[in-house]
Design a protein around this ligand. Structure first.
Ligand SMILES: C[S@@+](CC[C@H](N)C(=O)[O-])C[C@H]1O[C@@H](n2cnc3c(N)ncnc32)[C@H](O)[C@@H]1O
Length: 268
């Protein structure tokens, strides 16, 4: 994928039209040694406190890589994606599950979700492509959609923390940029991280929306040393989970993936 700014129209074009979904997104878990290794090794340990629960909202499920696990961790799962193709596929894939509700949205709206109806909102490996205005729109609505003690887990970009390097990489010709990214000199623009987002801007938008961001883990991704991604946990103000925000740097995330793949996965 060419380096570019993430916006809603571009996301729609890629995920609804041009992306080859023949592996249903499982290819993005190859570095963990497979989807189940990533779920049980990286995701479930980070969200286990909040599940199982009543209602989960998954934003941007794609072809259902995480939906297959989330559906068994709640009474009701609501999935919302910008791409009709993804929702159509999920409908078919999970036809035997009677607790899933499906919606196509415009990349911002959660109007289809009732106020104060969500116990846990989850989004992983999707909103990293969303710029801060999109995240702000979702957070603004989530402040109402979450139940009083509801919690959110969101994976988003931190590429905005490296403006100089990102601009330099953007201005570098592709034939030089590619090897420099491979060597980890530049942040990985090919992973298409939204450049307007940082851990801090996400936490501020939580604040503006009336939510409390309680934990942020800054992580690296497949290539490089840069902490281009963030896993943020947020809750309604006044909820039993509210506390001062804790922020940690985790430059070992990609090593963890490699270790899991090498030692524990059923294939690597
Ligand atoms: C890289 S795929 C990941 C899908 C899934 N989360 C996974 O990990 O397999 C990105 C997904 O995010 C969806 N998406 C991107 N921007 C979105 C937005 N603003 N609102 C809702 N869905 C969005 C796309 O349609 C696509 O299904």
């Amino acid at each position: 994928m060419a380096p570019s700014m993430g916006d809603v129209a571009q996301n729609l074009e890629v995920w609804n039209k041009t992306w080859d979904w023949s592996r249903r997104g499982d290819e993005w878990s190859d570095w963990w040694g497979g989807t189940s290794a990533e779920w049980f090794g990286a995701l479930l340990p980070r969200i286990h406190t909040y599940v199982p629960t009543g209602t989960i909202l998954e934003i941007a499920p794609g072809y259902g890589r995480w939906t297959q696990y989330l559906k068994d961790l709640c009474d009701r799962l609501v999935v919302v994606d910008l791409a009709e193709r993804c929702i159509d596929h999920c409908r078919e894939r999970f036809a035997s599950a009677s607790n899933i509700e499906y919606h196509v949205n415009d990349g911002r709206s959660l109007d289809m979700v009732a106020d104060e109806s969500v116990d846990f909102v989850f989004s992983f490996d999707s909103l990293v492509h969303a710029e801060i205005d999109v995240l702000a729109a979702y957070l603004d609505q989530l402040a109402r959609k979450l139940k009083p003690h509801g919690v959110g887990f969101a994976h988003h970009s931190n590429a905005g923390a490296y403006p100089v390097l990102v601009n330099l990489a953007l201005r570098t010709p592709d034939r030089l940029r590619r090897p420099l990214i491979e060597k980890g000199v530049f942040p990985d623009l090919y992973a298409w991280r939204a450049t307007s987002v940082t851990a801090e801007s996400f936490a501020s938008q939580c604040e503006v929306a009336g939510l409390a961001c309680i934990a942020q883990e800054k992580i690296n991704w497949g290539r490089g040393i840069y902490l281009t991604d963030v896993l943020s946990v947020f809750t309604r103000r006044g909820s039993r989970w509210e506390r001062a925000r804790r922020v940690r740097r985790n430059p070992f995330f990609r090593w963890e993936a490699r270790r899991m793949a090498a030692l524990y996965a059923n294939r690597s």
